[in-house]
Design a protein around this ligand. Structure first.
Ligand SMILES: Nc1ncnc2c1ncn2[C@@H]1O[C@H](COP(=O)(O)OP(=O)(O)OP(=O)(O)O)[C@@H](O)[C@H]1O
Ligand SMILES: [Mg+2]
Length: 313
């Protein structure tokens, strides 16, 4: 559905490439998430895919149309959410803004009013339809941006941080909208800095750094890059200052024999980070000999955040 081949892009007044030889494809019904540190090139890539800027080299096709040769066909198939509030008219209401953009998309007047009501309801803004855009909160602006992207029922959605600045309740409803679009076989390219969101939503993730796409894979493949795990031990005891000193002795003992990477303790929780060479049996033996009442032990896998930090360097 989306194909990028060897895309290169450079901003005029900036040294080096903002995108350097980026190639990948996204299938219909797929949610593909771009992750990467600030300034990696994610928004630049979304601008290219939406036709706002042209690549200096390489080829992009969306729905089999070359974005440079069939610009209008491509724009009709693409809905864009981008974090720039200046793309709305501040003095117009939410509904008036949508009617204006619906007109630009060529939606007939006879259906536009109903379509605007429909998308406003979808993003939960039906009660604020008449409010001027300049009076919208950050979250409302984001939701209106999502509504605008849905107006012409596009097959491809390009969502640049659709949930940044949005409260958890609205973020959840936007995620539900994205999932419902996936069910309708829409193709979705998403960027986010929320690792939990990336983990919940992505079919595949592309990691971009300094304009280069350095990895593509499923969440599990990313997690396999880090063999670090965490053992979390939760005690029932309340610890006196004397007990805490004893626990610290026990931690030193565990550190010496278990080959763990790090160990810390606060309140009633001990956390041990480890990798492949960790001796779990000796650790559990020391803990069971301590006489402290352990209520629970959890083994926690590496998180996507750990992977992000490793890849981002
Ligand atoms: N209009 C511009 N002119 C010059 N340089 C730009 C312009 N827009 C972006 N850049 C630079 O291009 C690089 C890529 O920026 P881009 O906005 O695509 O990154 P990003 O991955 O979206 O970052 P973030 O996570 O902060 O949104 C950065 O180094 C940025 O400073
Ligand atoms: Mg960005």
């Amino acid at each position: 559905m989306i194909n990028l081949n060897n895309i290169q892009f450079k901003y005029p007044k900036k040294e080096g490439f903002a995108l350097d030889d980026v190639s990948f494809s996204i299938s219909p019904g797929e949610i593909f998430t771009l992750l990467g540190p600030n300034g990696a090139g994610k928004t630049t890539l979304i601008r290219i895919l939406s036709g706002l800027i042209l690549p200096h080299q390489g080829k992009v096709t969306i729905c089999d149309h070359d974005i440079q040769l069939k610009e209008y066909r491509v724009r009709r198939s693409v809905g864009l959410v981008i974090g720039d509030e200046r793309t709305f008219y501040f003095r117009l209401s939410g509904a008036q803004n949508l009617e204006f953009f619906g007109g630009l998309y060529g939606i007939k007047r006879s259906v536009l009013k109903n379509r605007v009501i429909e998308v406003l309801e979808k993003v939960g803004l039906q009660d604020d339809a008449k409010l001027q855009y300049m009076r919208f909160s950050t979250g409302m602006k984001k939701r209106l941006s999502m509504a605008r992207a849905l107006l012409h029922d596009p097959d491809v959605l390009l969502l640049d941080e659709p949930n940044s600045g949005v409260d958890p309740h609205s973020a959840k409803s936007i995620r539900e909208i994205i999932f419902s679009l996936k069910k309708q076989d829409k193709t979705i390219l998403l960027t986010t800095h929320d690792m939990e969101e990336a983990e919940k939503m992505s079919d595949r993730i592309g990691f971009i750094k300094n304009g280069k796409l350095i990895k593509i894979g499923k969440v599990e493949e990313y997690k396999n890059l880090i063999n670090k795990k965490r053992l979390e031990i939760i005690f029932n005891n309340t610890f006196s200052a004397y007990d805490k000193a004893l626990v610290r002795d026990m931690m030193n003992q565990i550190k010496i024999v278990s080959h763990c990477d790090s160990i810390d303790f606060n309140d009633n929780k001990m956390r041990i980070s480890y990798n492949g060479s960790f001796d779990m049996n000796r650790t559990l033996h020391i803990l069971s000999q301590s006489g402290y009442d352990i209520s629970k032990t959890n083994t926690i896998e590496a998180s996507l955040e750990d992977v992000f930090i490793k890849l981002a360097g």
